[in-house]
Design a protein around this ligand. Structure first.
Ligand code: OAD
Length: 253
């Protein structure tokens, strides 16, 4: 069964194939980055409403920043795994390849991916909470652990916020535009995401609606499993590894 699935995907990956991959926390799990849901997920021990909403930040910016500082420190010790590396390789090999990630950890860039469509932002970027006129829209702040919590805006002295999308917030229109353009593809893979958080979770259906062959790769079944053309059960690093080995055989390495 697994062999048939791998064959069905490989058949759709040619030099000029337009391939779009959407990733979620499961892709970074093998690197040691905690996922959000499931047995050891962050939302089992922490309350999203207290930590990942604009309201939480307004009422207790120090608490929110302490949590982000802890996650940033944890992530800074993690290295990309085989899944990140294969996606970076595909980005260089296939001209029509696009990567949309919900992950804020930056491991795709560390693996060598560029032009990543960061659907939920980056934990390594920040912005002025008040959007002061002198500050850029976002800038990199990668000090771990942070010297001062909460960090302040170098331009206006006000509060700085993590450059991530919180619950209740919209996706950056520019990012949404790039993600929508990436839906025009031949093959759409949704990898390591619980398919519960919208609008990201709707991208696979939109791609299918536009004619893409859609595949889910996940350790477990998700609400998307019954809506894709093919659901492959397994670890992202393992299944992408199988695909790449097979492609290496076809494409001569
Ligand atoms: P979740 O934690 O909701 O889901 C992780 C998924 O990865 C689950 O479906 C697991 O079965 C699967 N999984 C775990 N290990 C895997 C592995 N090695 N290979 C393949 N799959 C594996 O994470 P997301 O779907 O990314 O929002 O969560 C979506 C959003 O919810 C996140 O971006 C975050 C969170 O709140 C923001 O940061 C705005």
């Amino acid at each position: 069964m697994r062999e048939d699935s791998i064959d069905a995907i490989v058949r759709r990956i040619g030099p000029s194939a337009r391939i779009t991959v959407l990733t979620g926390a499961g892709v970074s799990a093998a690197s040691g980055v905690p996922t959000f849901r499931g047995k050891d997920g962050l939302w089992k021990s922490y309350t999203a409403e207290r930590l990942a909403t604009p309201e939480a930040f307004a009422s207790d910016p120090r608490l929110v920043w302490e949590w982000y500082d802890w996650r940033r420190t944890l992530i800074s010790r993690c290295r990309p795994n085989g899944a990140h590396r294969i996606l970076a390789l595909w980005g260089r090999r296939y001209e029509g390849f696009r990567l949309i990630t919900q992950n804020v950890d930056g491991l795709d860039e560390k693996a060598g991916s560029d032009s990543v469509i960061r659907f939920h932002g980056s934990i390594w970027e920040v912005s002025c909470r008040d959007g002061c006129a002198k500050s850029p829209k976002r800038w990199v702040l990668d000090e771990v652990p942070l010297g001062h919590i909460p960090p302040s805006c170098p331009w206006c002295g006000g509060l700085v916020r993590p450059g991530v999308v919180w619950f209740g917030e919209g996706i950056d229109p520019e990012v949404l535009h790039r993600a929508e353009a990436a839906l025009e593809c031949d093959l759409f893979l949704t990898v390591g995401t619980s398919a519960l958080v919208y609008p990201a979770a709707g991208l696979v259906d939109a791609a299918r609606g536009r004619g893409a062959f859609t595949v889910e790769i996940n350790r477990e079944a998700t609400p998307a499993s019954g809506r894709v053309d093919l659901a492959v059960q397994g670890g992202a690093e393992e299944v992408l590894g199988l695909l790449e080995r097979r492609l290496g055989g076809c494409a001569g390495g």
